[in-house]
Design a protein around this ligand. Sequence first.
Ligand SMILES: [Zn+2]
Length: 78
Amino acid sequence: MTHREFEGFTSYARRLKAAGDNPGWVRLPHSKRVMQAEGGKLYFTGEPCKRGHISPRNEHGDCTQCHVMRLAERRNAV
Ligand SMILES: [Zn+2]
């Protein structure tokens, strides 16, 4: 794991609380910018997406739960 500029306690505490049962999410980058700097594929802001999911987001800024839902919808549509 590479060293990363600390996001600050306020942001960290907010994300830790948002992650709930998934404390590993807090170790993800807190912003897309940081994720891209590290070359990763996921980041976790702790903010709910437009559908209200709290989960990591991918390089497009899409929440991973929405992404899975879209894949399922596509399968069902065939
Ligand atoms: Zn979502």
